[in-house]
Write a protein that binds this ligand. Structure first.
Ligand code: NAD
Length: 359
């Protein structure tokens, strides 16, 4: 019997609760099939938490997350709260939860499902076999360095500083090597070491760590080149690790390869095996309450949780295979359907995937 894993479940706003409901069915099915034991606690977060408790991130929800082994989050936000002051905005809760849980890396897989290749703007033959993960540093770099403006003879000047220390680089690079070790064992470290001092420190640190992972093949690629290669030879990448701003840009570029936001899962990781898992998409207020949201991104976030936080690789693979087989059989939600009249709803898609999960 596997040990009990505690999962904090945070549905949030808009389509969040609809897609989370399908992910919960997947959790239950894997308990039955693989003998896992999950203990779940549900918490309020985002707009709904503002309405019910007066704050986007109630202490009770934070404590549920802190005593969990992993967090599964739907999505937060919506027009109702868009004009609120900063402290009463759902997005403020998102930043707060990441900080409070010590999450320093963001992981975004980009996988091409053969039957959806047509949904991408790239040629199908270029996309063939693409299955990569971008590991982005989340708490350092130019977004968090000192910022100020000053007067000069040429008018006002603005300064953003980019700072990284060895410790910040080491912890994420170790994480990326470990992820690569459990995949195709290829790590691409992206920097701009030809011009940036932070990038030179990044590269030196990666090279110092590399001998600890002799089974993983390492390459260094400059960020501008990486941006090109992602469009030219996406299938040659396995795991990409990079600093905050480069990761922000490259992970969106990689996401576009797949063509649909309803398919993209993500994880934010801290020290140890703890992680927060969520779809990349938002709360989609335009389709909320209609039962038509695509639950696949959230279901794939469960697969990611199994692999990265619990080491349940067999079940993670089983979920991914189930998604693939349902898509191969031609089932589509509206966002990925060519013939919208044949699209199925959120619950039907969830049920089909659950039924397709096999040991
Ligand atoms: P969005 O991702 O919610 O929606 C963009 C478009 O994609 C919409 O047309 C939507 O219908 C569609 N879409 C998204 N997910 C889908 C799914 N699973 N199935 C089918 N279609 C889907 O982005 P947005 O419209 O820019 O933002 C809406 C709200 O979500 C905002 O309040 C924003 O702040 C918030 N948001 C939250 C998160 C998060 O919780 N992590 C992330 C992004 C945006």
């Amino acid at each position: 019997m596997a040990e009990t894993k505690k999962i904090a479940i945070i549905p949030g706003d808009g389509i969040g609760p609809e897609v989370i409901a399908e992910a919960v069915k997947v959790l239950k099915k894997t308990e039955e099939l693989f003998g896992y034991k999950f203990e779940t606690e549900t918490g309020l977060f985002g707009g709904i938490a503002i309405d019910e408790t007066g704050t986007p991130l109630p202490q009770d929800t934070l404590e549920k997350c802190q005593r969990a082994d992993a967090v599964l989050l739907g999505a937060v936000g919506g027009p109702k709260w868009d004009n609120n002051p900063k402290e009463l905005r759902p997005e403020t809760g998102l930043l707060g939860i990441r900080k409070a849980l010590g999450l320093f890396s963001n992981i975004r897989p980009a996988v091409i499902f053969d039957c959806l290749k047509e949904a991408s703007t790239l040629k199908p033959e270029v996309l063939e076999g693409t299955d990569l993960i971008v590991v982005r540093e989340l708490t350092g770099g130019i977004y968090f360095g000192e910022k100020f403006r000053r007067e000069t003879d040429n008018g006002q000047e603005a300064v953003d500083t980019c700072v990284y220390n060895v410790k910040e680089v080491e912890r994420i690079v170790h994480q990326a090597f470990q992820i690569a070790r459990n995949r195709r064992k290829k790590l691409c470290s992206v920097d701009k070491a030809n011009v940036l001092e932070t990038s030179r420190l990044w590269r030196e640190t990666v090279n110092k760590i590399a001998p600890e992972y002799p089974d993983v093949e390492l390459e260094h690629v400059l960020v501008d080149n990486c941006a090109m290669q992602l469009l030219r030879r996406p299938s040659s990448f396995d795991v990409i690790v990079t600093e905050n701003m480069f990761g922000d840009i490259l992970s969106d570029e990689a996401a576009m390869l797949t063509g649909s936001i309803g398919m993209l899962s993500s994880a934010s990781l801290g020290e140890g095996s703890f992680g927060l898992y969520e779809p990349v998409h938002g709360s989609a207020p335009d389709i909320a309450g209609q039962g038509i949201a695509n639950p696949i991104a959230t279901i794939l976030s469960v697969a990611l949780m199994f692999k990265l936080s619990f080491g349940y690789h067999e079940a993670g693979d089983a979920i991914e295979k189930a998604v693939k087989s349902v898509l191969d059989a031609g089932h589509r939600t509206g966002d990925i359907a060519v013939d919208k009249s044949k699209a199925i709803g959120t619950t039907a898609m969830g049920d089909l995937i659950v039924a397709a999960i096999h040991k």
